[in-house]
Design a protein around this ligand. Structure first.
Ligand code: TPP
Ligand code: MG
Length: 345
C-alpha cells in the first residue's frame, strides 16, 4: 500500500505537454464556473436541485485524463460533473439536466440532475442508492477480462474498453455493495479502478463515524487489491495514481483502490445547510488549498499559464455557459406522451 504525495510523484505526469496541462486546467475551470452558475440558478429559483463537484476537480479531471476517455467504461457518482465533462459531457447536456428539458442525455429528463450517463462515451447510468455502481463496474471489468481470455477482443486494442473506472464517496464505502464489488475485483483480478473521493463527510457524518481505519485505502488489503492514498488537491498526483492503476488494469495485473483526499467546498447539495455540522473556519482553510488555485500556481511557476490565457479561458467559459443556459431555458419540456418510452415493465 502506498501513499502518494506531490513530492513523491512518479513519472507519467512529467511527460504531459504544456498543451495538455492547459487543457486539464481549462476543464477544471469550466467545471467550476458551470457549477457556480448552477448554484446561482438554484438560488434564483430557476432549478430545483444541484449537487457540486467544487473542490473535487483535481481528482476528477486528473482521473479522466489518465484513462482512455470515452472508450474505457466509467461508472460515476452524482458528484462527478468535472469527471464527466472532461470525458465529453457538455455544459449544454448539464444545463438540460438541471432544467429537466427535452434532449436531456442521461435519462430523457426523468432522473434528478447529476445522475450521469452517456451511451456514446461509455458512461454507465447511475442510480440513486449509493455504491450500487461498484458491483456493476466490477461486472463490466469481468466482461472485459472474459473477452480477453476467450480471444473475443485483442487486449491491446485501444478502440475497445480495457478497464472500468468507478467512483464514490468515502461514506458510501460503508455500503454492502462496495465490499461485494471490491471482493469480486480482488478474487478475479479484474481491470477495475475504484476511485474513492474522500471529502471527509457523508452529508453531515464525518469519516470517523463511517470507519474505524484512518485511511480508506487500508481496506485494499482485505480484498487483495492494490491500495493507494493520494492528495486529491494535486491534479498531477491524481493523474499519476490513476495512470498507474490504468497500466495495471491494461496489463492484466488486477484492480486498484485509490483514495483521493479532497474537500467538498459547498454543502452536500442545494438542499443541505452545512452550518449545522462544520465550522466556517474549516471551510476557509480548505479554500486556501483549492485544487484549481493550486494548479494555477504551478502552471504560472512553470511559465505555462499567463494572465492573458487565464482571461481568455474565463471569457470562453462564460460564453459556453451562457450559451448552454440559454439553450436549456429555451428548450421544451419532454412531451407527456413520451412518459412510457423506455419503460420495460
Ligand atoms: C443506500 C443509500 N443510503 C443513503 C443515501 C442518501 N445519501 C445520498 S448521498 C449520501 C452521502 C454520501 O456520502 P459520500 O459517499 O461520502 O459522498 P459525498 O457526497 O461526500 O461525495 C447519502 C447518505 C443514498 N442515496 N443511498
Ligand atoms: Mg464524502
Amino acid at each position: 500500500m502506498t501513499v502518494l504525495t506531490a513530492t513523491q510523484r512518479s513519472q507519467p505526469s512529467a511527460q504531459l505537454s504544456a498543451e495538455t496541462l492547459l487543457d486539464m486546467y481549462w476543464h477544471m475551470l469550466l467545471a467550476r464556473r458551470t457549477d457556480e452558475r448552477a448554484w446561482m440558478l438554484h438560488r434564483q429559483g430557476k432549478i430545483a436541485f444541484h449537487v457540486s463537484s467544487m473542490g473535487h476537480e483535481a481528482v476528477q479531471v486528473g482521473a479522466a485524463f489518465a484513462i482512455n476517455r470515452g472508450v474505457d467504461y466509467v461508472a460515476p457518482y452524482y458528484r462527478d460533473w468535472a469527471l464527466c465533462m472532461a470525458i465529453g459531457v457538455t455544459p449544454r447536456d448539464f444545463m438540460l439536466s438541471l432544467f429537466g428539458k427535452a434532449g436531456e442525455i442521461s435519462s430523457k429528463a426523468r432522473q434528478m440532475p447529476s445522475h450521469w450517463s452517456h451511451r456514446g462515451l461509455n458512461i454507465l447510468s447511475t442510480s440513486s442508492p449509493v455504491a450500487t455502481q461498484v458491483p456493476q463496474a466490477a461486472g463490466l471489468a469481468f466482461a472485459i477480462k472474459y473477452k480477453r481470455e476467450n480471444g473475443l477482443v485483442d487486449p491491446n486494442d485501444a478502440t475497445q474498453p480495457r478497464l472500468a473506472l468507478t467512483c464514490l464517496g468515502e461514506g458510501s464505502t460503508s455500503q454492502g455493495e462496495w465490499h461485494e464489488g471490491m471482493n469480486w475485483a480482488g478474487v478475479h483480478k479484474l481491470p477495475l479502478i475504484c476511485l474513492v473521493e474522500n471529502n471527509n463527510y457523508a452529508i453531515s457524518v464525518p469519516i470517523e463515524r463511517q470507519m474505524a481505519v484512518s485511511r480508506v485505502a487500508e481496506r485494499a488489503v482485505a480484498y487483495g487489491v492494490h491500495g493507494v492514498t493520494v492528495d486529491g488537491t494535486d491534479i498531477l498526483a491524481c493523474y499519476d495514481a490513476v495512470r498507474a492503476a490504468a497500466e495495471r488494469a491494461y496489463n492484466g495485473e488486477g484492480a486498484t483502490l485509490i483514495e483521493a483526499k479532497c474537500y467538498r467546498l459547498t454543502p452536500h447539495s442545494s438542499d443541505d445547510d452545512d452550518r449545522t455540522y462544520r465550522s466556517r473556519e474549516e471551510i476557509e482553510e480548505a479554500k486556501r488549498a483549492d485544487p484549481i488555485l493550486r494548479f494555477e500556481r504551478y502552471l504560472r511557476e512553470r511559465g505555462i499559464l499567463s494572465d492573458a490565457i487565464k482571461q481568455d479561458y474565463e471569457q470562453r467559459a462564460r460564453q459556453v455557459i451562457d450559451e448552454a443556459q440559454r439553450y436549456a431555458e429555451a428548450a421544451p419540456y419532454p412531451e407527456g406522451s413520451s412518459l412510457y418510452e423506455d419503460v420495460y415493465a
